[in-house]
Design a protein around this ligand. Structure first.
Ligand code: FES
Ligand SMILES: [Fe+2]
Length: 352
């Protein structure tokens, strides 16, 4: 199954692209070179020299250009070869590399891996929540999972696993599995929502409630935007006043590295009533969240990937439970989009 190419993915966190660094990252099975120009603008080029295919990120940077590490062809930020030290120094017409469309927004570098003329910035999902509020109330993280990105999408679209997989920090104490989540689905969009009570609340939030040991009302709403951009809003309260709800907006962005590995970007914003200005707590909280994902979800999802190997998901005849409609709907929607793109002949790889 090919990837959906005409879509926005995350290539990197803004904070990863620092100074004069040349970052090599495989996205959708394709080597991509990412770096920041002296002007501050980010560039993403195919990370493969057209001569003998050396990865350009192993080369050197000269001003805003990149010099290939092997025979020193030099490329400018548009991907054009601007210097050939060999023979008569003529530049072969084919000596160029693809430059991908990118947009830096919300502290993230968005990349369009498909046909450049179809890239539409207005289709980038709204993550403006990350920019509303005190700067200490937002945090970013990166993980890499040895699993297909769809397994991670489905993990988040079925939060009932928090009853069984997660330790105390985000455990939902068996409450979610009893519920059938409310679902809403469109062609490129699926949401699932759980409303429940638990005693005490999830540990990550309990100590900020008026009575940390007592029952709390909680909710979680998961939004999936094709292909793999997700927002999870989670809230907890012991009050009837909506202003008292402690809430986070957690963004999960899965960018396929290969068929069986994924770049997993995470960004989180808390409400103002949840010590939003406390930078130290912010760091502690995001570290705890990332550790829960990496130590608890990660090994399980990687083991599932290993067990499934390269088998098609449906060919394994999975048993479906009451928590499965949202993940199944998203998987089906994605398959449809990928098939439509392939049959329209739009799945060409401009970067190769
Ligand atoms: S491989 Fe890049 S110049 Fe030869
Ligand atoms: Fe999880």
């Amino acid at each position: 199954m090919p990837f959906l190419r005409n879509a926005w993915y995350i290539a990197a966190l803004s904070k990863e692209i620092e100074g004069t660094a040349l970052i090599g990252r495989t996205l959708l099975g394709e080597g991509v070179l990412i770096y920041r120009l002296r002007s501050g603008e980010c560039v993403a080029l195919r990370d493969r020299c057209p001569h003998r295919f050396a990865p350009l990120h192993m080369g050197t940077r000269v001003d805003d250009d990149v010099v290939c590490p092997y025979h020193a062809l030099r490329f400018d930020p548009s991907g054009r070869c601007v210097h050939n030290p060999h023979g008569n120094q003529k530049i072969p017409a084919a000596a160029k590399v693809h430059r991908y469309r990118t947009v830096e927004r919300y502290g993230l570098l968005w990349i369009w891996m498909g046909e450049p003329e179809r890239a539409d910035d207005s289709k980038i999902v709204d993550c403006s929540r990350l920019e509303i509020g005190h700067p200490n109330g937002v945090a970013y993280g990166y993980m890499r999972f040895d699993a297909n990105y769809k397994l991670i999408v489905e993990n988040i679209l079925d939060l009932s696993h928090a009853d069984h997989v997660h330790g105390l920090i985000i455990s939902t104490r068996g409450e979610l599995s009893k519920l059938i989540p409310k679902m809403h689905a469109e062609d490129r969009y699926v949401t699932a929502r759980w409303d429940w009570k638990q005693t005490p609340a999830q540990q990550v939030v309990a100590s900020f409630l008026p009575n940390p040991e007592a029952e709390a009302r909680q909710f979680a709403e998961v939004h999936w935007h094709a292909p793999s951009n997700m927002l999870v809003t989670v809230g907890a309260t012991q009050s009837a006043d909506p202003k008292d709800v402690l809430q986070t907006w957690d963004y999960h962005f899965m960018t396929p590295e290969t068929e069986s590995s994924t770049h997993y970007f995470f960004a989180s914003r808390r409400t103002a009533n949840w010590i939003e200005e406390d930078a130290q707590y912010n760091q502690l909280k995001v570290t705890a969240m990332l550790q829960a994902f990496e130590r608890e979800d990660g090994p399980l999802i990687s083991a599932i990937q290993k067990e499934m190997g390269s088998s098609d998901f449906w060919s394994l005849n999975p048993v479906l439970l009451s928590s499965d409609p949202a993940p199944v709907r998203a998987r089906r929607a994605l398959e449809k989009l990928i098939n439509e793109e392939a049959s329209a002949g739009q799945a060409s790889q401009p970067g190769t």
